[in-house]
Each structure stands twice: as C-alpha cells, then as structure tokens.
Design a protein around this ligand. Structure first.
Ligand SMILES: NC(=O)c1ccc[n+]([C@@H]2O[C@H](COP(=O)([O-])OP(=O)(O)OC[C@H]3O[C@@H](n4cnc5c(N)ncnc54)[C@H](O)[C@@H]3O)[C@@H](O)[C@H]2O)c1
Length: 373
C-alpha cells in the first residue's frame, strides 16, 4: 500500500482533510473512528458500488467496532431528484441515526450530492464523510460542500452548502469504473489545467495514458486536482467570486445534459463538460479573447483521451437552439439578462465574464448546431 497523500481543505472550523491513496477503503474504519469514535454510520450508496465495494467498507467498519446500516439508491443522474431524495431521507431516519452520528456518502457524484444534501437537512444537519468512488467524485464533487438535486427547472437548483468532515479517496476502487465513466471524470481533471494551471495541462498531454492506466501518475493527477479545488474553495466557499471558475465548460455542459434529458445512456456529466470546455474555448476565440489554436489544442487532447468534443457526438443530437438557450438562461449563472460564462485568454487563463450578451451566444450556437448537422 503506497503512502496516502493528505490535502487539507482550510475552512476555519469547517476544515477537513482529503486523503488520497491505494487501499484506503480497508482503513476507512480507523479514519472514521478517529473522527467520531462512538458514532453509528448510515451509508448511502448505489447498487453498482454496493455490489462491488460495500463488503470491503463494511468489513473495515466492523474491525473498527463501528455500527452501520445502508441505504441503497438506483445508479445514475435520475436519482438526483425529489423522489429518491425523500427515499434517502426516510431511509436514513429509519436507521434511527441521531445528530452525533455520521452519514457516509459512498459512491460517485450522484450519491455524494444526494447523501450530502440529506445530511445537510436531516435533523437540521448531520456530519458526513465522503468516500468517493468515481474519478469525477474524487477530483471534484466530494470536495467543497456543494450538495443537492436537480429540479425540472434545471440541474442542481435545489441544494445546500454542507462540508464533509473527511474525504477518503481510495484510488484502487477506480479500477472497477467503466472506461467511459473514468474518461468522464478525466474531463474535470483536465479542467483544473485549463482554469489556471497550464503546466498541469501540458503534463496531462504527456501523461494521460498513465493516469488512465492507474500508475503513480493517477494518484498525482488526483492530488493536484484536489489541491486546486481545495484552494479555490478556501478562497470562496459559497461561490461569491472565484469559485465560479470551476464552472468552466459547465454552462454549455449543463445545457447539453438538460436537452438530453439527464439520460446517462446519451451523455454523462463529464462528457457534457468536455464538449462544454471546447465550446467555451471556441466561443472565447470567436470573441477575440484567445488564439484559434487554443480550442484546437484542448479538443485534440480530450479527443485523444476518448472524450466527446463536438455537438455532433451527442447521441440523438444536441437539441435545438431554443432548447439549449432555455437551459442556459435557466442555469443559475444568469444575472439581470446578462449571462455569466467562464471564458479564457488561453490554456490556464480562464476568467469570469459577467456580461456576456445572450445574442452572441445565440449566434455562436446557431453556427455550432449547423456544423453538427
Ligand atoms: N457537488 C459538486 O461540487 C459537484 C461537482 C461536479 C459534479 N457534481 C455532480 O456529480 C454527478 C456526476 O458524478 P459521477 O460522474 O460520479 O456520476 P455517478 O455518481 O452517476 O457515477 C457514475 C457511474 O459509475 C458508477 N460507479 C461509481 N463508482 C464506481 C466504481 N468504483 N466502480 C464501478 N462503478 C462505479 C455509478 O454507479 C454510476 O453508474 C453529477 O450529478 C454532477 O452534477 C457535483
């Protein structure tokens, strides 16, 4: 077992550690017992993760003498909805968890967002531990305390900020992730390079195959990503400023998720983000903010990794202009008729633009949709 990497998230009294390493699942009991020695644990997981990894987690908790029960949801984005949320809350209450007990979010971003939101509201707030099992969850969603569900009005529109007390990212559990889901998580890894770390993006261009294969580069890429996220969250916990940079590619990406009906068979979140990041670079080039080579380089890298980068790659089509614009203007990054986009002056030079003219987006998307036909 290699040494775990510790990344602190510095948020005053809400500070916590992210531990990243091989075999951490087997040590989960010790780590959680150190945090809350007498707590009972209510694990929230999904059917896929339960079948593959729950026995290892349960055995570790048993060894540490921690009592636990489990609430299992259906896998997929469709579970981030009112109905499943109510089921999780009632499931947790049925386990008779008390305020001093802990909720354990054991799964990908869907489980993390749903269980974290339940932990935020059950008994007016319970502590929770994130044990992320997808690459996307390890590098992004398990860190920073954004929790929530989708509404028919859009993605993540109902939720709360609720920080976990600990994040345990066991990199070996990623070996059972499908290649498609692994690549989807990789989009969020590349995002950190594109936001403000060009050397990291260049490193990824050289080492992406090792990151996919699971060598030490995987742990390094996850640690760099977590440090980047932790730094942004520490500067701006509730997204009044800088944290919005993490939405690079997400306004377009969320719109694509909405027009494909949050159907994981067509598009998963990270794939939407991959196409969205390329579009954000192309749109920036169109506005004269960056050179035309920049979007090409971003697309070439994501293409090499096997991610979709063009609207024509959305199975079943990328919807209509009206559908996309409705989703974009409903997204929470809209203020007084102007759109907020994360734009870029080049790789590693993203910035928040609060005054994007919707007409410019419409013209750009009209062209992109025409190209996709
Ligand atoms: N809270 C945040 O800050 C934040 C940030 C980014 C994304 N998100 C959210 O995260 C969600 C996407 O997360 P995701 O990509 O992890 O999706 P997911 O939770 O749906 O997981 C993807 C699939 O992989 C399976 N899976 C997970 N771990 C596995 C493993 N180790 N082995 C085999 N299968 C495994 C799941 O069962 C699921 O079928 C979206 O809802 C997105 O909005 C939240």
């Amino acid at each position: 077992m290699s040494e775990a990497t510790r990344v602190p998230v510095r948020l005053g009294e809400r500070s916590y550690d992210i531990l990243i390493g091989k075999g951490l699942l087997a040590q989960a009991g010790e780590h959680i017992a150190a945090l809350a020695p007498k707590a009972r644990l209510a694990i929230v997981t999904d059917e896929n993760v339960a079948a593959l990894h729950l026995p290892a987690l349960a055995a570790s908790l048993d060894r540490a003498g921690l009592g636990h029960s489990t609430v299992t949801i259906r896998p997929g984005e469709a579970s981030k909805a009112y109905g499943p949320f109510a089921e999780v809350c009632d499931g947790l209450l049925a386990t008779r968890v008390e305020r001093g007990d802990l909720v354990v979010a054991f799964g990908g971003g869907v489980v993390g967002d749903l269980a974290g939101f339940a932990a935020a509201v059950i008994r007016r707030g319970m502590r929770f531990v994130q044990i992320p099992t997808s690459l996307l969850a390890q590098v992004d969603s398990s860190v920073g305390g954004k929790t929530g569900i989708n509404s028919r009005h859009g993605k993540n529109l109902v939720g709360a900020f609720h920080q976990p007390s600990l994040v345990l990212a066991d990199t070996t559990v990623l070996d059972t992730l499908s290649p498609r889901e692994f690549r989807a998580g990789y989009a969020e890894v590349a995002k950190y390079g594109l936001i403000d770390d060009a050397p990291f993006f260049h490193w990824l261009e050289k080492h992406w195959a090792e990151v996919l294969a699971g060598g030490p580069e995987r742990q390094e890429a996850i640690a760099i990503s977590c440090r980047a996220k932790a730094a942004i969250v520490a500067r701006d916990e509730t997204e009044t400023g800088d944290r919005a940079l993490l939405n690079l590619g997400h306004t377009f990406g969320h719109a694509l998720e909405a027009v494909t009906g949050y159907d994981s068979a067509r598009l998963v979140h990270g794939e939407g983000v991959a196409i969205g990041m390329v579009l954000a670079h192309e749109f920036s080039a169109r506005l004269g903010l960056c050179a035309q080579e920049e979007p090409s380089r971003v697309a070439a890298h994501l293409d090499a990794v096997g991610l979709p980068t063009r609207l024509s790659q959305v199975p079943g089509g990328a919807g209509t202009m009206d559908g996309l614009m409705a989703a974009i203007t409903q997204d929470k990054k809209v203020k007084r008729g102007k759109l907020t986009f994360i734009l870029t002056r080049g790789i590693g030079e993203s910035f928040i633009a609060n005054d994007v003219d919707p007409a410019a987006v419409t013209t750009f998307l009209t062209e992109k949709l025409a190209e996709a036909r």
